[in-house]
Design a protein around this ligand. Structure first.
Ligand SMILES: [Zn+2]
Length: 397
């Protein structure tokens, strides 16, 4: 081959096929992902960068002005990032952050009130309240950078405290949930094996979510990632608990329950291999009712429906439209048990998926052919709210 030329070995495409849900290659991949520390914490990166800049400054004091301006530009960028978050989540995160830092530090509190005198109100019953967070986010550059750095330090320190608390509380929540699922199994609601439930729940990693990053983006404060079996829960800094009838403690447990339903839901796993080789890659094809990224609305509807059942709660503020669509199917005669059985069914190779097939067949009969597919295709176009309105109206006729 002439110098300077090289050949790229042609990539042989992988062929995918269904593998056991407890395939060792798949399990190993999850454990590997789980061991990676993922820290979703607003401000941490900025503070680490500032620390590095400070170190450089000490080594090169003659370049003091330069390093100072670099540090300031980092803080200014972060402040604008906070402003952006505040516009997206309607000021909820920023409000929580201000309450958090004012609770923690009297000087920071005094400073903030001085900078934004019209944005706070002191009342007898409620104490000091933020009455105009929009004004604060619109004028966020009024916060001096050294004060902002202080705010970030408080936020990061508090978060690390919460992370420790959640690790301790996690086992307590787990034991309570196992008891409730045990009751649900006896009542014939959950088609689950309690031994497997215990085994699975004990493996889930539970971390604290930063309310600035997990706030109002999807009307929920938690998250579950099946690829690293990690659940994110809200921390005690959230002043706005989304469920009016729950105090924070119970709200956190409620979110935990929702995320653990995802963790316990049935899966289908694909293994990818090149000709004649062992599996070199695996991927999750299905989690609960979410199949290849589709039917997320149905998956969340059933997850929240089960969470309500476990909590003996009538209604919640989460996934309303999704649950309304689920309800129209139940009203048309699709038994609730079919949804639950399908949701928890693992798909093992060679065994088929009788519960999922039965659910889809029944939905087609009761609600019309390709009902789920049609809803799923229309969601992007019309939005869930409109679809739920239309179906509910039709249902009431
Ligand atoms: Zn969910």
């Amino acid at each position: 081959m002439p110098e300077g030329e090289y050949s790229v070995p042609s990539e042989e495409p992988l062929t995918w096929q269904r593998i056991e849900t407890d395939d060792p290659v798949y399990k190993e991949l999850i454990e590997k992902n789980k061991s990676v520390v993922t820290r979703h914490l607003f401000g941490l990166q900025e503070l680490n960068t500032l620390k590095n800049i400070q170190d450089e400054l000490e080594k090169n004091p003659e370049d003091g002005l330069f390093y100072k301006s670099v540090a300031n530009s980092f803080l200014r960028t972060s402040l604008l990032e906070l402003q952006k978050i505040s516009y997206i989540d309607k000021g909820i995160g920023l409000e929580n952050l201000i309450y958090e830092v004012m609770d923690d530090d009297e000087d920071v509190k005094k400073n903030l009130i001085q900078i934004f005198p019209d944005c706070f109100l002191k009342t007898e019953e409620m104490g000091l309240m933020i009455v105009n967070s929009y004004e604060i986010s619109n004028n966020i550059e009024k916060i001096p950078l050294n004060l902002y750095k202080n705010i970030l330090e408080i936020h990061v320190r508090n978060h690390q405290k919460h992370e420790k608390e959640i690790t301790e509380k996690h086992l307590e929540m787990q034991a309570k949930l196992i008891k409730k699922i045990e009751d649900g199994i006896s009542a014939g609601i959950f088609p689950l094996d309690i031994k497997k439930v215990k085994e699975k729940l004990s493996k889930i990693k539970v971390v604290a979510g930063d309310f600035l990053l997990y706030s109002d983006f999807n009307s929920q404060d938690g998250d579950y990632d099946p690829d690293n079996e990690t659940a994110v829960l809200p921390t005690g800094e959230v002043s706005i608990v989304r469920e009016d009838d729950l105090d924070f403690e119970h709200y956190q447990e409620y979110v935990y329950t929702h995320e653990m339903m995802h963790a316990l839901s049935g899966i289908a796993v694909l293994g990818g291999k090149k000709n004649g080789e062992d599996f070199s890659e695996t991927r999750l094809q299905r989690l609960g009712m979410r199949i290849e990224g589709k039917f997320t609305w149905l998956n969340e509807a059933i997850t929240e429906y089960l969470t309500l059942k476990i909590f003996n709660k009538e209604d919640s503020n989460a996934y309303n439209n999704e649950r309304r669509i689920l309800q129209t199917m139940i009203n048309k005669g699709v038994p609730e048990s079919l949804f639950i059985n399908a949701y928890f069914e693992n798909q093992e190779p060679g065994k088929g998926s009788p519960a999922i097939k039965k659910l889809i067949k029944t939905i087609n009969e009761k609600c019309g052919t390709r009902f789920l597919q049609i809803i799923d295709d229309s969601v992007d176009l019309y939005g869930l709210g409109l679809m739920a309105d239309e179906l509910t109206r039709e249902n009431e006729k």
